[in-house]
Design a protein around this ligand. Structure first.
Ligand SMILES: *[C@@H]1O[C@H](CO)[C@@H](O)[C@H](O)[C@H]1NC(C)=O
Ligand SMILES: *[C@@H]1O[C@H](CO)[C@@H](O)[C@H](O)[C@H]1NC(C)=O
Ligand SMILES: *[C@@H]1O[C@H](CO)[C@@H](O)[C@H](O)[C@H]1NC(C)=O
Ligand SMILES: *[C@@H]1O[C@H](CO)[C@@H](O)[C@H](O)[C@H]1NC(C)=O
Length: 497
């Protein structure tokens, strides 16, 4: 046997089993690598670690132990490792092989791109090893916490003991054998974590890099190459929300040739008490059908750019923060369609949100708002079906009050995916880098200063970002000034006696 080197690795603390489950309806075929392969006993989880199906992994765990079984197309050695960053080192590694019917197996660790180092304390144990005509099979177990921090990785997905964490996890949709419609989305929250899992957003985009599957990262930190432009939201859920069913005549396409197959699950953990040691495996269960429905649904995200440009002054009793999705952007997205029909909406704000209104303008006049939630409750957020479908046409302009975002479900599908705005505060300084320090130096306790801020904000140009993966051009950015509508919407006079 040559000097053993780890062959494969699984990424980041085994979170693979932890987050979103794509529960597809039963006729979906699993990736070909598992064809005809059965583990030596039932396992709760499995994954193919390479693209060609040469390395299959099964695992299960309880509070104390985690058991793995690998089936690898080799008659040589098998390496297996765990690392926080998905890289070969620093990693917790085992290497094993079967020779003349005898299995060999040892616990190592890596500290560099070099052969692994034997652990002084052996914490992984071989349960079974065999070699057949095709493969080497190894089954092994270790304690979840081996108490050997120096040489073994702790296996956990811990919610960081920070007040806010945006965790992003990449999934690649397996080949499900053609076009399906997504018809239901349902949250699966780890019991006990109901208050910590604050919201989940699933983005979808194209990507050919097989290594992206299973990657885990901090959403607003170091975003991996190839994912920077993954902004198309298809599912939005937040605390309090229940299962969402698409209406009978619409579905969201999954698995068709031109459907992107990279899914990113963004989970926002809200942990104000900075509780530590919490393990989470929450996700969203997606139900697909092969019975294609009449219309192709999609989702547009509208709202305020999520960054420092959204300022809510302190000490205000009520404050209205607004953003726009302009008619220019909607016209561009509609292309040759006359209209789209909005059938559902998910309105989202954080703790300061008290009311959210998604307004609708056409040709300068305000129409019936898409949705008004005048008692916005952070703890109860739900995708709502609209009572009547609302057509959005050329010349339409939607805007929304109060912070954050509206996700609008509509059909038929157009290419516009993201329609957001932010003030650029050119009324405060022409040098954008100076604005933030200037705002930070404002004496916000003074009502006069807050009044000045409101004025400056209303005089600021608004930067509009309008984008879609397949829109031509893919992104439009332009600035405009707010113009109040000629006519505001007024509720029809009540006919009650
Ligand atoms: C946990 O799993 C290990 C390894 O399979 C097993 O020996 C142990 O009995 C299990 N513990 C419980 C409480 O089920
Ligand atoms: C509208 O445009 C799309 C692509 O931009 C094209 O496939 C379709 O045929 C057009 N429809 C009509 C009615 O022109
Ligand atoms: C828009 O409004 C103007 C007058 O305010 C009117 O002349 C024009 O016909 C309207 N356009 C549409 C498409 O309704
Ligand atoms: C800020 O404004 C308040 C209220 O007008 C005033 O009492 C206070 O002195 C101001 N602070 C500074 C540092 O100017």
């Amino acid at each position: 046997m040559d000097q053993p080197l780890p062959l494969f690795e699984i990424c980041n603390r085994m979170t693979r089993y932890l987050i979103a489950v794509f529960v597809l309806v039963s006729y979906v075929t699993v990736a070909s690598g598992f064809m005809g392969i059965t583990p030596t006993e039932p396992f709760s989880y499995s994954n193919q670690l390479d693209t060609s199906g040469n390395y299959l992994l099964f695992w299960k765990f309880n509070d104390t132990y985690i058991t793995f079984e690998v089936h690898v197309k080799t008659h040589g050695y098998v390496g297996f490792g765990l690392s926080d960053n998905g890289k070969m080192y620093p990693a917790d590694v085992v290497v094993g092989w079967v020779e003349d019917g005898v299995a060999h197996f040892k616990d190592y660790h890596t500290t560099a791109h070099a052969p692994p180092v034997l652990d002084k304390h052996q914490d992984w144990f071989l349960l079974h090893g065999e070699e057949n005509d095709f493969r080497t099979v190894l089954k092994f177990v270790r304690k979840i916490d081996t108490c050997d921090e120096a040489e073994d990785k702790r296996i956990e997905f811990l919610i960081p003991a920070a007040s806010t964490t945006y965790n992003c996890r990449v999934f690649r949709m397996p080949n499900i054998g053609g076009k399906h419609h997504m018809i239901k989305v349902e949250p699966i929250i780890t019991p006990g974590n109901e208050l910590l899992v604050h919201h989940m957003v699933i983005y979808r985009c194209s990507g050919n890099d097989p290594n992206l599957d299973g990657v885990n990262y901090m959403c607003f930190g170091d975003v991996p190459q190839g994912l920077q432009q993954c902004y198309h939201t298809i599912i939005a859920w937040a605390i309090g929300g229940q299962a969402f069913y698409y209406p009978n005549h619409v579905g969201l396409s999954v698995g068709a040739l031109d459907d992107p197959d990279i899914y990113i699950l963004e989970t926002h953990y809200d942990n104000p008490a900075k509780k530590s040691g919490v393990i989470d495996n929450s996700g969203q269960r997606i139900t697909l059908t092969r019975n294609i429905r009449q219309h192709e649904a999609d989702m547009i995200q509208m709202g305020h750019q999520v960054d420092w440009t959204q300022n809510i002054p302190p000490f205000e009793k009520a404050y209205d923060s607004h953003s726009y999705c302009s008619s220019q952007c909607i016209d561009h997205g509609l292309g040759n369609l006359t209209e789209i029909k909005a059938f559902g909406i998910f309105q989202h704000a954080h703790l300061l949100g008290r009311a959210i209104k998604t307004r609708h303008f056409r040709n300068g006049s305000e129409l019936l708002p898409l949705a008004i939630d005048s008692n916005y409750d952070f703890d109860f957020q739900q995708t709502r079906l609209l009572r009547n479908e609302i057509p959005i046409r050329h010349g339409g302009l939607s805007t929304q009050n109060e912070m954050c975002a509206s996700f609008i479900l509509y059909y038929p599908k157009m290419e516009l995916q993201n329609c957001i705005s932010s003030p650029i505060y050119d009324s405060i300084s022409n040098d954008v880098n100076k604005v933030r320090p200037l705002l930070e130096a404002y004496n916000w306790t003074s009502p006069q200063v807050r009044e000045v801020f409101r004025e400056k904000l209303s005089e600021s140009s608004i930067l509009h970002t309008c984008q879609g993966d397949k829109m031509v051009p893919q992104i439009l950015k332009y600035t405009f000034h707010e113009t109040p509508p000629k006519n505001e919407y007024t509720r029809p006079v009540s006919e009650c006696p």
